[in-house]
Design a protein around this ligand. Structure first.
Ligand SMILES: [Zn+2]
Length: 99
């Protein structure tokens, strides 16, 4: 369950992160399913853009640019707080820094 009342998910720094991620070269591809995200869709469309934490905040992940990635809303919510899905089908660690 997502802790929507978590203060770390609100406030200026969180909004700034979303804006920065959307404008980055990896801001329009879902890091979970690797497919492009239709940026014209809006929440709560299941295929709309959302920001995911690579290491979930509940697992000690930080609210920093290096720890966020774009994801479809449905992929994001399906993933929840599982850490295993940080690896792709080949077992590579998606959270590598050479993006
Ligand atoms: Zn996706």
């Amino acid at each position: 369950m997502r802790a929507m009342a978590d203060p770390r998910r609100n406030g200026k720094s969180y909004r700034d992160l979303r804006v920065r991620l959307k404008g980055s070269h990896r801001g329009t591809t879902c890091h979970i399913c690797q497919k492009p995200i239709d940026m014209t869709l809006a929440w709560p469309d299941t295929m709309s853009w959302s920001m995911d934490h690579i290491t979930p905040l509940s697992h000690g992940g930080l609210n920093i640019f290096e720890n966020v990635a774009a994801a479809h809303l449905t992929c994001n919510s399906r993933r929840g707080n599982q850490l295993d899905l940080n690896r792709d089908a080949n077992g590579r660690w998606i959270a590598s820094r050479d993006w």
